[in-house]
Design a binder for this molecule. Structure first.
Ligand code: GLP
Length: 241
């Protein structure tokens, strides 16, 4: 696991964007695994700039997002599909048909999850996966549990995640109780992983992720076993390393 400590959020975002831009430049047909949350907003902004300046093109890039709330439509302002449209897809030259986010409204959850895994495999697997870090150590929506879930699945959100994410909804009552997420196995199959985290609120969980025991109670700790993971932090998030 490589750890890069950037001076600040802007620098963390640019450092991560450089890794993604280099992948896209090297392999214009690459398959990106993407994440939502506040943390990657700056990184997406950098990639949008790179694209508008002609340094990279998403024309032949495919994307698979980590997760989606169950029950939210793509047009719901808090859905992850909506987030991706506003922060990246609508702002670059990507083919909409090549963008994938789990369907929050699917009726047959098991079939939809199996199909998501199949689509990733058909695309050749994920070349580079972006991750944020939940306050409780979740990656995607893989919550602390007694075991690691391997494949894309439906998940119950924990109270701590509902509370943490309620800041984006009018109230905690409006936060969906369930979601669809790539499994830990899906994530670990990516050829490269980039995890970004910023702010003092993430310092404890960053330390547990990088230095603590590998345990499903801290899902992100599994990344210690991934052969090609880069963690990019600002100084505040790195304070307890
Ligand atoms: C959500 C997402 C995660 C994300 C996490 C952290 O719960 N499912 O993929 O990493 O929040 O979000 P933030 O970057 O806003 O701290």
């Amino acid at each position: 696991m490589d750890v890069i400590i950037a001076d600040d959020y802007a620098c963390m975002s640019r450092t991560a964007a450089d890794i993604f831009a280099a992948h896209i430049a090297d392999k214009p047909t690459c398959v990106l695994g993407l994440a939502t949350g506040s943390t990657p907003v700056g990184l997406y902004g950098e990639l949008v700039c790179d694209c508008s300046e002609g340094k990279i093109s998403f024309k032949n890039v495919s994307t698979f997002n980590l997760d989606e709330y169950r029950g939210l439509s793509p047009s719901h302002e808090q859905s992850y599909r909506y987030f991706m449209q506003k922060n990246l897809f609508d702002l670059v030259d990507i083919d909409p048909a090549n963008t994938h986010v789990p369907d929050g409204l699917c009726t047959d959850a098991q079939a939809a999850c199996n199909n998501y895994e199949k689509l990733i495999a058909q695309a050749g697997g994920i070349d580079i996966q972006l991750l944020g870090l939940g306050n409780n150590g979740h990656i995607g929506f893989n919550e602390p549990a007694d075991s690691f879930e391997k494949h894309t699945h439906r998940v119950q959100l924990t109270d701590s995640t509902i509370q943490a994410n309620s800041r984006l909804f009018r109230s905690a009552d409006e936060v969906p109780r369930e979601a669809f997420t790539m499994g830990v196995g899906t994530i670990m199959s990516a050829r490269k992983i980039v995890l970004v985290a910023n702010g003092e609120g993430k310092a404890d969980i960053v330390a547990r992720t990088i230095l603590g025991p590998v345990t499903p109670q801290t899902p992100a700790s599994i990344l210690q076993f991934h052969p090609n993971t880069t963690v990019i932090l600002d100084k505040e998030a790195a304070a307890k390393l």
